[in-house]
Ligand binder design. Sequence first.
Ligand code: S3P
Length: 441
Amino acid sequence: MSETLVAGPATGPLTGDIRPPGDKSISHRVIMLAAMADGTTEVSGFLPGEDNLATAQMFSQMGARIEWLNDEKTSLRVHGVGLHGLKEPQDVLDAGNSGTCVRLMTGVLAGQTFASTLTGDDSLRSRPMKRVVDPVRRMGATVDGREGGEYLPLTIQGGNLHAIEHASQVASAQVKSCVLLAGLFAEGETRVSEPKPSRDHTERMLPLFGQPVSVHGNTASLVPVGQLTAPPADIHVPADPSSGSFFAVAASLVPGSEVCLQGVGINPRRDGWRRILTQMGASIEQEHGLQLGEEPMADLFVTGAPMKGATVRPDDIADAIDEFPVLFVAAALADGEFVLKGARELRVKESDRIAAMTECLVACGAKIEEFDDGVRIIGCKRLTGGVSVDARGDHRIAMAMAVAAQRADSPIEIRNAGGIHTSFPDFVEMAQAIGMQVEWA
Ligand code: S3P
């Protein structure tokens, strides 16, 4: 399988109606809760990316049965084993590239009376884990790992947890969700607060499984009811706004484009990219809004528009944290200056996204000043093609650069792009369907 993409430039406007794949964050959570519920949960719109399949594989290793209902693995039936029904895995649990899988599973495994070991790929083994290890240790779990538990592999011996109040130093849904999931197994009320509200899919989904969660400002809390119950209705996962944002930026940047993104999640905690892009002059109309379960979704119509720079509002950062690579592309091709500060978290994602995007875009002639916690980008009319850039194995860097290439003067080679399979296995086909120039080398 090739790891190199060749992309751009676009030969005309981008057009068409597409449905981006299922939401990655929600797909992780639905497997986790359904596997630990009493009863059977049917799910449609699931994302069959490598990250989510890693989560599914972990629960299979611990005794839950996952029945795929179609060849694409977008529909499934999860036969839950009950909150206390997971079995000791016979082997190491491998999260691959997925931070969400490993951090949320730290909470789940802290609640188990058996020992288990979590690991991941080179990227994941270099990402910080103390942010989840510290709270579950305080709840009573024993966790061993490299450098005092900062890095994978982690071995967790859980059980007999007690509730804590945890004040997270970072706005992170992974930390918040880890603590809430551990709280399902703890005695008493578990509370977790964060400096700014992060995505709230866990808080929205737990009540569907019969576990109430209270949310007051930036604090979420739960008192465990002692079980999860499979919901009577099927769960439909909305299309992933993070995946949709690549096409929204591409359509905004290529003049004359008209692209409809169908059934995309518009949860306000995920919608920061749309607010920032609109601030930059993008034309994004919302239609056919509906709410299935606890997650809102809508069709988004994006048309090409002149883009201008912007200063990102602090309140939008957590709500757009995964979309900055492609927003930097929009900024590099906008009129004027784009400034982002206060986003140091970007340095500890699947790659150091500030460094990776700066390196890639500068190689294409963009003007970028890098800060420890953000960037200043001075937009230009067109990028320089004919260069080879390194996506560092990070899916979002690879897809963002494929978008950038649509507005380059000749094709761009994107190396180490295989990470796309973690979140968006059909990216190339879908991009081609709206007329983007991109293919595997
Ligand atoms: C996620 C939370 C975010 C995000 C990640 C998915 C989640 O990470 O970057 O892609 O599903 O909870 P942080 O919680 O570390 O910000």
